[in-house]
Design a protein around this ligand. Structure first.
Ligand code: NI
Length: 161
C-alpha cells in the first residue's frame, strides 16, 4: 500500500471528466487500497480517484458504522430533500463553506467485485457521496456556493500558497 499525493485546487486534473471503469483489474484494486490509505491518513471522509490524479470513476466514502464505501461508476438515481451544511475538501485545504445538498440519495454503482449494487444514504454520508460524485465531473464544492463567497474563499486560499 502507498499514500498517494492529493492534488490541490488549481491542478488541471481536478477539472477533468473521469472515465468509466471498464474492467476491475488488479491495478484498479490496488488503486482503491492506496486511495483508502491516503484518505484515512489525511483524515478525510471521502476521496475520488481524480484527486490522486487518476481520471477514473471511482469514489471512496467513510460510511461510519458501515465501514468504507467503495463505488465504481456511481450514478445518483434518486435524490430527496435539501439541506445546507458545512463542507470541505482534501483538495481545497482549510477552506470550508455551507453547501446545499440533497438530504437523501440512492446511488447505483459497481462494487469492488464488479457486482451491481444500489445504496441509499442520508445526512452526512449522503453529502459526502454527492461531493465525491461531483469530483468525477470536475466539480468542486466551491463551484456550488455564491460567486462573492467563492471569491473570498479563493483569495484566502491564494494567500496561503
Ligand atoms: Ni473533495
Amino acid at each position: 500500500m502507498a499514500i498517494l499525493e492529493i492534488k490541490e485546487y488549481g491542478e488541471p486534473v481536478l477539472r477533468e471528466k473521469a472515465l468509466p471503469v471498464k474492467e476491475i483489474t488488479p491495478e484498479i484494486l490496488n488503486l482503491i487500497k492506496d486511495m483508502a490509505e491516503t484518505m484515512y491518513t489525511a483524515s478525510g471522509v471521502g476521496l475520488a480517484a481524480l484527486q490522486v490524479g487518476v481520471p477514473k470513476r471511482i469514489i471512496l466514502v467513510d460510511g461510519e458504522e458501515d465501514g468504507l464505501i467503495v463505488l465504481i461508476n456511481p450514478v445518483i438515481i434518486k435524490s430527496e430533500g435539501e439541506v445546507v451544511a458545512e463542507e470541505g475538501c482534501l483538495s481545497v485545504p482549510d477552506i470550508y463553506s455551507q453547501v446545499m445538498r440533497s438530504s437523501k440519495v440512492t446511488i447505483k454503482a459497481l462494487n469492488e467485485n464488479g457486482d451491481p449494487i444500489e445504496i441509499t444514504k442520508e445526512d452526512l454520508i449522503a453529502r459526502a457521496l454527492q461531493h465525491e460524485i461531483d469530483h468525477l465531473d470536475g466539480i468542486l464544492f466551491v463551484d456550488r456556493i455564491g460567486r462573492m463567497e467563492r471569491q473570498i474563499l479563493l483569495n484566502k486560499l491564494k494567500k496561503k500558497k
